[in-house]
Design a protein around this ligand. Sequence first.
Ligand SMILES: CC(C)(COP(=O)(O)OP(=O)(O)OC[C@H]1O[C@@H](n2cnc3c(N)ncnc32)[C@H](O)[C@@H]1OP(=O)(O)O)[C@@H](O)C(=O)NCCC(=O)NCCS
Length: 217
Amino acid sequence: MTVAFFPSPVRFVFLPDQSPHSLLPEESILLSANASPKRRAQFSLGRTAARAALEQLGFAEPPPVLRGGHGEPLWPAAVVGSLSHCPSGAAAAVARRGEVPGLGLDIERLDRELAPATAERFCNSDELAWVRQHDAVRRALLVFSAKESIYKALFPRYRQFFGFDAVSLTADEPRTRFIATLRIDIDREFLSGTTFTVGFADIDAAHLLTWTVLERG
Ligand SMILES: CC(C)(COP(=O)(O)OP(=O)(O)OC[C@H]1O[C@@H](n2cnc3c(N)ncnc32)[C@H](O)[C@@H]1OP(=O)(O)O)[C@@H](O)C(=O)NCCC(=O)NCCS
């Protein structure tokens, strides 16, 4: 599925859990022998979505999507991308590095209810006020998911863990997006104070998608 709300260089694939999926041998050995059937199926669906997105980008025979030392997916050298799974589906997005400096995405089931108290772990005080103002369950999920997508977009540049306070979000609701402001220096191009947008939309009746597509400064 190529969704209009992604900018055109990005190829996006969402696979519901009934979709056929498989692993290439090089991907299969990344899974621990103790991986549960659920983890195995999600991993396989995610890799299948990732290779389908690479195919849409022009890779006639997409290579295996391996894994870096911090859990990040390893894409072909000229590609940036991200993947996500939830109990009922998986999604991946990729783009040419020359066109997009980085991207991240996250999917969540819309019926996932984060415990109200947990919002304090990933929201700053302004975000918390926005969450509590209206439709708190959905808004908490939006902030959480948006920050996961930001992490996935920026990690390949920063190469270190950073927490939920590294970015602050302001909702730009008519346009169903957040304006994100960095609170740490990621690299020379993405310094503290840099702003970028994080989109959000329901993919279908059951799944929320958030995405971060970085732009050159
Ligand atoms: C790594 C993390 C983002 C994964 O997100 P999740 O919601 O648990 O799970 P998802 O299914 O959406 O995503 C999992 C995929 O993320 C990708 N991923 C894992 N680590 C990653 C990293 N360091 N960088 C980029 N992508 C990563 C992988 O492809 C993984 O799937 P796979 O194991 O099948 O390959 C999350 O567990 C985490 O550590 N978050 C804390 C850091 C954070 O969000 N900080 C907030 C910054 S504002």
